[in-house]
Ligand binder design. Structure first.
Ligand code: S3P
Length: 171
């Protein structure tokens, strides 16, 4: 069984749904952000502040690609991962990509409470968060839309995603 990569903007529910999906399929679950933080011994905020975003992006790409040999893995990626280097192409060649699609309003509502844990949102007012999401989603969606499967992130859960993957003959 090939790996399943969950992609989408911050707040789209990749980690929550990914854990449920892995449990239902009896796959292992990896949250790429958490994995990277453990390997690096630092939080993402620290990495952005101390080593810069480009260092983080390089590490993110390397850790992502380190999972090429494993299988039966659900991997939730950071919101920016598909949009740097050839990461999206690589994921499409090495597993099934699933885009959890959500409109900016929903993402903003979910992210308002969690701004401080995300370096790209830190210090922004709620209005600035909405502007940021609108702009970034505009830049990023072309990458996200090249996913093999696109699902509506609103009220998505592991069970619904299992159904979708069965309908599409992925599992
Ligand atoms: C980022 C999303 C975050 C994390 C980092 C950068 C982004 O992951 O990788 O803060 O560029 O959108 P989540 O989407 O899991 O929050």
């Amino acid at each position: 069984m090939a790996n399943i990569f969950l992609i989408g903007f911050m707040g789209s529910g990749k980690s929550t749904v990914g854990k449920q999906l892995a449990y239902l399929l009896q796959y292992d679950f990896i949250d790429l952000d958490e994995y990277l933080q453990k390997q690096e011994g630092a939080t993402i905020t620290q990495l952005f502040e101390e080593k810069g975003e480009s260092y983080f992006r390089e590490q993110e790409s390397q850790y992502l690609k380190s999972f090429h040999a494993s299988e039966k893995l659900v991997l939730s990626t950071g919101g920016g991962a598909p949009c740097f280097f050839d990461n999206m192409k690589w994921m499409n060649e090495n597993g099934t990509t699933v885009y959890l699609k959500a409109v900016p309003k929903l993402l903003a509502d979910r992210l308002k409470k969690e701004k401080d844990h995300r370096p790209l949102l830190r210090g922004k007012s709620n209005d600035e968060v909405i502007d940021f999401i609108n702009q970034k989603l505009g830049e990023r969606e072309k990458f996200y839309l090249s996913a093999k499967i696109i699902v509506d992130a609103v009220s998505l859960n592991g069970k619904k995603l299992v159904h979708e993957l069965k309908v599409r003959n992925i599992i």
